[in-house]
Design a binder for this molecule. Structure first.
Ligand SMILES: O=c1ccn([C@@H]2O[C@H](COP(=O)(O)OP(=O)(O)O[C@H]3O[C@H](CO)[C@@H](O)[C@H](O)[C@H]3O)[C@@H](O)[C@H]2O)c(=O)[nH]1
Ligand SMILES: [Mn+2]
Length: 793
């Protein structure tokens, strides 16, 4: 054998050995895995004592690997964009290219921000049996706040179903206090609550005896079957009859906008309306309909009833009422508390309605449509507050918003499945979920501005011994004096104390300040939904709601409360990023608008804006697009969406960005310039019959001629014209014009046309009342012609 051959064989042996050494790599996996495992073991040991457990989502390593490849793809795309800018002098093509660069930079940046909530999502599980074993019925008092604002868009019968479900919690009734804040100041709502206080005497024992779920009578009778056993059937029918009669009486009072005189004499509270008052101009009203301390206030089995209070804070046209935040603050209270606040606040005895009546250490707040669907939700929440290890750090426990009026394929993308299942769980591991306004249990002290300190001890007996012995009439008078328009003047309410004012998402900004004061929050998403509400059922309502949200979150981002500035040093970077996902909703509108207009126009006018089909640079574009969308579809399916639902979600993704978020930006800027004032348009919880029918059939609802429909129709039409026009040019030029350079533009434009099919139907095919109005179509045709005639390229 020649020497070379020996050398060669030697090399082979050496390389084999080195290759074998790769096996040693496996060792490097071990410590990681073992670490995680022993972690879990430790966790499990501690769990034996803990009131709740925390579990990590599986498959994170795979997720992170995938995210790393997408990030690499994004970098390649940006590199290509930045290095292939058309030469100066190539006119508008260069400008369009730079615009694409800016848009892609934004999308890339925003994608990175959204990774913060996908990095390490966690799930919580509570152990109510341990809570019971440790505390029995020695549990803290709970104040429950329900906010309603308008008997027309929020029908009192719906609100009452919510109130009843909350009164019927599986919790000692003497420790429950339910407050209804009525910003409508309406006798109709008061009347409905008075009826409810009587019906509760039948409803609560019924719930307890049969241990039923859900405890909203409306939901229960709608979804439960008749019991078979004759004696329970008798009772079931009796209670159902009572409930239906009550609802009928309430609805007919609302319809005639009047409470009959013979009823008005039955409770002293009606006399508050003996003079004509309006929702914007009236005296403070506080009426205790059920006084839990009263020994005669019992249900028809002799059990104590929860306290039930009606409150309408004073409203005068010359005073700003601060919407829901104002209502919440009137309800909240605080005793003098020790915290690093200016002296003038310290010295104030700040006491508000719920404090003179109940003063519980825990406050649950819900929107008027969010009924309790799980009668154990309070005990669940207490597992977090009373946990020995984490409890003292927990400021609030947030439940997700679920809705009972979702259609199968989520036509307006309102089901928030991915937000509830993934995003909020992800934020939970970063420091805690946002406060989202409803379905949230707060520590009263925290709402009142207390900072986190390690040595703080909650007085869980507060409210039990604290109930005043004042006669109820005096308590009411005292409470009234705390809900006047001028009460908050020269105090820190709405600023350092209570829910924050001057922000359309008062909840998010309040939660952010709480986190920045050192507190954590917990997200609890039990298998049986704790709260269920009503989602918008028309496109207009959806757009309006998202306008309020995107505007609110963006104005936080631009204010001194910007998570990256205000949160710096107070909350983790991951938490700051998570808050920014929502803070930066609104600015997404501009790059999205750019992306749905310019490439399509470029295709029509022969300006290529993407790499050619044969260029290797096309790969990162294709990779990022396919993988990102495939993952988002997979995530949606995993969260219980249908594939079609995901597709509809993508359409709404686009529509929200080109309408709500655009308006959100415009209004935020106008607000900052002092050109407009913040508003809070209440989302209607009812829709007319014709509309609801179309909603159930998942047909998009237009109907009116609002400007946002013009934007939607214009974009849809523009893409159709560009696609047809561009393809015609290619055909007529006998394929001489290279399709090569336009491959991605054709795909993008084509996808936009496919996703907009329901818009074309609404413009040209449908005949129903919900179609796009002719004036809107006409305006959009005008705008398309304008866009085509402008010599952009
Ligand atoms: O001046 C007002 C306006 C509203 N509300 C109540 O606030 C709640 C929420 O209003 P809604 O119109 O249903 O708004 P949504 O867009 O559904 O609300 C979401 O977003 C709001 C912030 O924008 C949060 O406050 C809510 O909790 C959250 O569910 C309802 O119970 C209203 O009755 C008032 O009490 N006073
Ligand atoms: Mn709502």
């Amino acid at each position: 054998m020649p020497a070379e051959a020996w050398l060669w064989l030697g090399m082979l042996a050496a390389e084999l050995w080195f290759g074998l050494c790769c096996v040693a790599q496996s060792v490097r996996w071990y410590p990681v895995r073992r670490g995680a495992f022993s972690d879990r073991l430790a966790a499990r040991e501690i769990e034996m004592e803990r009131l709740f457990a925390t579990e990590k989502f599986g498959g994170r390593a795979l997720y992170r690997l995938h995210a790393a490849t997408v990030l690499a793809g994004i970098c390649l795309v940006l590199y290509y964009r930045a290095t292939h800018v058309p030469e100066a002098g190539s006119g508008a093509g260069r400008a369009a290219w730079l615009g694409m660069l800016a848009a892609e930079l934004w999308f890339g940046f925003y994608w990175v921000i959204t990774q913060s909530v996908r990095w390490c999502p966690i799930r919580r599980r509570t152990f109510k049996d341990r809570l019971a074993a440790r505390y029995g019925e020695r549990l803290p008092c709970v104040d429950i706040f329900v906010c309603t604002a308008d008997p027309q868009s929020e029908p009192p019968s719906l609100v009452m179903a919510t109130v009843l479900s909350l009164m019927a919690y599986n919790y000692p009734p003497e420790k429950l206090n339910v407050y209804l804040s009525d910003d409508g100041g309406s006798i109709l709502t008061f009347y409905a609550l008075w009826e409810t206080s009587a019906f509760a005497k039948h409803w609560l024992p019924f719930c307890r005896r049969y241990n039923i779920e859900p405890r909203s009578p409306a939901a229960y009778f709608a979804e439960s079957d008749k019991p078979c056993d004759p004696s329970s059937l008798k009772e079931w029918s009796f209670v159902k009859g009572l409930y239906e009669e009550m609802t009928e009486r309430i609805d007919s009072a609302v319809q005639s906008a009047n409470v009959p005189g013979e009823i008005r004499v039955k409770h002293k509270g009606f006399s508050e309306w003996s003079t004509v008052i309006t929702s914007k101009d009236h005296q403070p009203i506080v009426q205790v309909l059920i006084d839990g301390k009263d020994r005669d206030a019992v249900d028809n089995e002799g059990n104590v009833l929860p306290t039930l209070v009606y409150m309408a804070r004073e409203k005068r046209p010359q005073y700003h009422h601060n919407f829901k935040a104002g209502a919440m603050n009137s309800l909240v209270q605080s005793l003098v508390f020790i915290s690093p606040l200016p002296l003038n606040i310290l010295n104030q005895y700040i006491i508000r309605v719920s404090s003179v009546i109940s003063n519980s250490p825990i406050i649950l707040n819900v929107d008027c449509d969010m009924y309790s669907n799980n009668s154990d939700a309070i005990r669940d929440a207490l597992c977090f507050f009373l946990d020995e290890e984490m409890g003292h750090k927990t400021a609030f426990v947030q439940y997700p918003q679920n809705y009972n009026n979702m259609t199968k394929n989520n036509i307006y993308g309102n089901s928030f499945n991915v937000l509830n299942e993934v995003e909020l769980s992800g934020i939970d591991s970063a420091g805690g979920p946002l406060y989202i306004g409803t379905g949230c249990f707060h520590r009263r002290e925290v709402l009142c501005g207390r900072r986190f300190t390690n040595d703080y001890k909650e007085d869980w007996d507060r409210g039990i011994k604290g109930k005043t012995e004042l006669p109820i009439y005096q308590t009411e008078e005292k409470a009234k004096s705390l809900t006047t328009c001028t009460y908050e003047h020269n105090t820190q309410w709405g600023n350092e104390i209570g829910v924050k004012y001057d922000c359309p998402v008062e909840d998010v900004i309040t939660g952010l300040t709480i986190h920045c004061r050192g507190w954590k929050s917990v997200y609890n998403n039990p298998p049986r939904a704790a709260f269920i509400g009503v989602a918008p059922t028309t496109l207009a309502q959806t757009i309006l709601q998202h306008k309020r949200w995107s505007e609110g979150n963006f104005s936080i981002f631009l204010s001194k409360f910007c998570p990256f500035i205000f949160g710096k040093g107070n909350i983790s970077l991951q938490h700051q990023m998570a808050y920014s996902i929502y803070g930066l909703w609104a600015p997404n509108s501009l790059p999205t608008l750019y992306y749905v207009i310019i490439p399509s126009l470029g295709f029509l006018k022969g300006t290529p804006l993407f790499p050619e089909i044969m260029s290797p640079w096309i790969m990162p574009y294709i990779y990022v697009t396919i993988v990102k969308n495939a993952y988002s579809a997979y995530e949606a399916l995993l969260c219980g969406e249908t594939l079609r639902g995901w597709w509809n979600g993508q359409r709404m993704w686009m529509i929200r960005r080109i309408t709500s978020y655009l308006y959100g930006i415009i209004d935020t800027v106008r607000n900052m310039l002092g050109m407009s004032k913040m508003g809070f348009v209440v989302s209607p919880k009812v829709s007319d019959e014709d509309e609801s029918k179309r909603y159930e059939q998942e047909i998009m609802e237009f109907g009116t001629s609002s400007p946002e429909y013009v934007i939607i129709a214009t974009i849809a039409l523009l893409n159709l014209v560009c696609l047809v026009g561009g393809l015609c040019q290619i055909l007529t030029s006998g394929w001489n014009m290279p399709l090569n350079g336009f491959f991605l533009q054709v795909i993008l434009c084509g996808l936009l046309v496919i996703i907009n099919i329901p818009i074309y139907e609404a413009m040209f095919l449908r005949k129903d009342r919900g179609r796009i109005q002719f004036s809107v179509t006409l305006a959009s045709i005008g705008f398309v012609m304008l866009a085509l005639s402008v010599p952009l390229f």
